[in-house]
Write a protein that binds this ligand. Structure first.
Ligand SMILES: Cc1cc2nc3c(=O)[nH]c(=O)nc-3n(C[C@H](O)[C@H](O)[C@H](O)COP(=O)(O)OP(=O)(O)OC[C@H]3O[C@@H](n4cnc5c(N)ncnc54)[C@H](O)[C@@H]3O)c2cc1C
Length: 290
């Protein structure tokens, strides 16, 4: 299948890109093209004009500023997966990025594109929600506004972004020293989107946060408690109890709740079991048959 006809231009500045988006509602940004191009080839997306933002090299940078990590919207999944400084500050983000698709997809796909595409099974929106990141959205008419990551993805493939807005930067506050974090997902085969995944963190003061993604309407916070008793190792009964609580807290999700409960139980066991070791991240991935 071929895309519907479209025109293409390359932005050399952010302002040029924002001007193009403001001029025509049928204009879309193309970043890595890993989600937009397949949609266009299937004619499920028919933008009249594409603005290629790959020349905006300042948005490919990442660094730290005042207790936060600042990530440009064009940073590729492969960079998030492998950058040692980022891995030391936000290990759960790197662990999640390593589970995205295959190497060719991670080499092209961007963190901003993943947020804007808003696939409910995507890793990045869920982990950025877990880490309470703030998303900078710029437009020619209104300047820059800040959206909490939890408010970006409203439902599957739908976001709080306006058609004339571009994600420019993602600001992630450094978690408290000694925070443990974990990431686990179940997918039919390596490289496939997750059926169900969980990202979680436990701070030294006992704040336990978890975000689920996959067969949910959108990534969802499924747990945020302080001083939840977290034993050093979790047995199967405890994991089942926690998983049942999580599933009931995400009740309006589609699909079979029993199946979801089983998947979350397996993930929770693996995750909290691994997290009972030294601080840091312990990614885990299990493949299951359909
Ligand atoms: C075979 C395959 C397997 C995949 N598996 C996974 C997976 O397991 N997990 C996963 O999370 N993803 C997966 N992906 C998707 C991949 O992660 C994409 O890279 C990502 O979803 C979109 O990023 P992109 O840079 O390619 O965006 P594009 O495809 O260029 O754009 C996607 C959308 O975002 C908009 N957009 C892009 N950048 C911005 C911006 N800065 N501001 C505002 N809007 C913007 C575009 O206009 C478009 O609507 C897979 C893709 C393929 C083809």
């Amino acid at each position: 299948v071929k895309p519907a006809p479209f025109t293409w231009s390359k932005a050399t500045t952010i302002d040029e890109c924002l001007g193009g988006l403001a001029a025509d509602e049928d204009t879309k940004i193309i970043a890595g093209g890993q989600s937009l191009m397949p949609l266009m080839a299937l004619r499920m997306a028919r933008p009249a004009h594409l603005i290629d933002v790959n020349g905006l090299t300042e948005l490919s940078r990442l660094g730290s500023r005042g207790g936060s990590t600042v990530i440009g919207a064009l940073v590729r999944h492969a960079v998030v997966a492998a950058d040692p400084a980022l891995g030391a500050r936000l290990p759960v983000l790197g662990a999640a990025a390593r589970q995205i698709g295959h190497v060719a997809i991670r080499n092209r796909g961007t963190i901003g594109g993943s947020l804007a595409h808003a696939d409910p099974a995507a890793e990045m929106p869920a982990v950025l929600m877990l880490l309470e990141a703030r998303i900078m959205a710029a437009s020619a008419a209104r300047g820059v506004r800040e959206i909490p990551a939890a408010g970006v993805v409203s439902s599957a493939y739908d976001t709080a972004l306006e058609p004339d807005e571009m994600i420019t930067w993602i600001v992630v506050p450094d978690p408290p020293e000694g925070t443990r974090s974990g990431f686990a997902e179940i997918a039919p085969r390596p490289g496939d989107y997750a059926r169900m995944g969980v990202a979680c963190m436990v701070t030294p003061r006992g704040r336990v946060r978890a975000v689920g993604f996959g067969s949910l309407p959108a990534p969802a916070e499924i747990l945020d408690r302080t001083r939840l008793a977290l034993p050093s190792t979790m047995d199967a009964t405890e994991c089942r109890r926690l998983a049942t609580q999580w599933v009931s807290e995400s009740e309006n999700a589609p699909g079979d709740p029993m199946r979801r409960r089983l998947m979350i139980t397996a993930l929770t066991r693996a995750l909290f079991g691994a997290m009972s070791g030294r601080p840091g991240v312990h990614g885990h991935r299990a493949a299951v048959r359909r």
